[in-house]
Write a protein that binds this ligand. Sequence first.
Ligand code: SF4
Ligand code: SF4
Length: 386
Amino acid sequence: MVTLEKTEKTDLFSMNRRSFLKVVGAIGASAFLGLHRSEITKALELSKTKVIWLHGAECTGCSASLLDGGNPNVFQAIQKLSVDLAFHETLLAQQGIFVDGRPAATSELNTEILLDEAIEEGNYILVIEGSIANGPEGSGKYCMIGERTFKDIFEKAASHASMIMAVGMCAAYGGVNSADSDLKDLTDFRGVAFLNENPSRGMLDELGIDKPVINIAGCPAHPDWIMLTLAAVILGKINVNDLDSVLDRYKRPLVFFPASSSMHDNCPRRGYYDRGILDEDFSGEGCLLKVGCKGPYTRSDCGLRRWNNSISMCTQAGSSCISCCEPGFPDVASPFYEMIEDKPLINGMNVGTMSAIGVGAASVGVVAHAARRIIFNKDEKQEDEE
Ligand code: SF4
Ligand code: SF4
């Protein structure tokens, strides 16, 4: 059995991949991060891996989340990193410079040329933040950067990449850009390898490109999820040619988005839920299920890991969980602040069905708990069969 004491004395980074994943799985990602934070930061500092980070249709919230990460201090780490961050529009000081009314034609003065050169060199991890417009009519013109569509930029960058990390819900599944609206079909925003839960409508499929992809879910993605996954890839602890063993069906790292447990399992309000103390309004101390909390239907380790340097997280701060890590967000979690009753829950269950199958309605919390078990068991079974 793996204990914290044993892992403290172990050089995790000299282990082979199988042992590494076994240890991380056994002690939990949060404990792993706490114990080996400095090693991870150091490993990234010593690395020479090239990273190209592109922004599509997004709010830059995931980059902001990464920079706000205090565990490790990402801002200091990025300043010192030997990771060759070859391109990141938000972090690069350089902007397009015009000489005699025309854009300068050197990579030192022109970011478009800089990006093109970095892509041509190949051998990089491509990080995508933001969704990719396919509309109107496959042209991609609903997201232009300079005079180019983001779809064209993505195609070129993806073709030359060693692997792709889709960071945040927009890049992973389409996110808010592909939410239900009158414009949805016209704009036709896609995630890298998925559109909502559908892998056949991701932009890679649309373009006929086959590359290994890891999705870091979240709106925004947690800085630990981004940093640790990047570190694991760079260190070879995740073999990009064998991702199935470490990712779920939606290409999320299982260590952060466990298949058989939910955010609700480690929620700071869980004690109230277990005692059936369900608040009818915000600002109380009780469980937030009745005011719309989707924690029981959300795979994430937020309750354990927490946010803002492990200080707090959504339900701790008084807001319900809006299921920002599940494919299909935000539609699958809407309306955010209403308890799901007669409309289908994630994966097709509903409260009426749960009552009818004899779970009983001693408390709504018990019903939701049973639903969560059914949903996760169903998903695990499907994953086993796949
Ligand atoms: S339903 Fe929401 S607020 Fe209540 S215990 Fe679960 S995750 Fe926490
Ligand atoms: S608690 Fe829920 S809404 Fe909040 S960050 Fe985690 S998954 Fe997203």
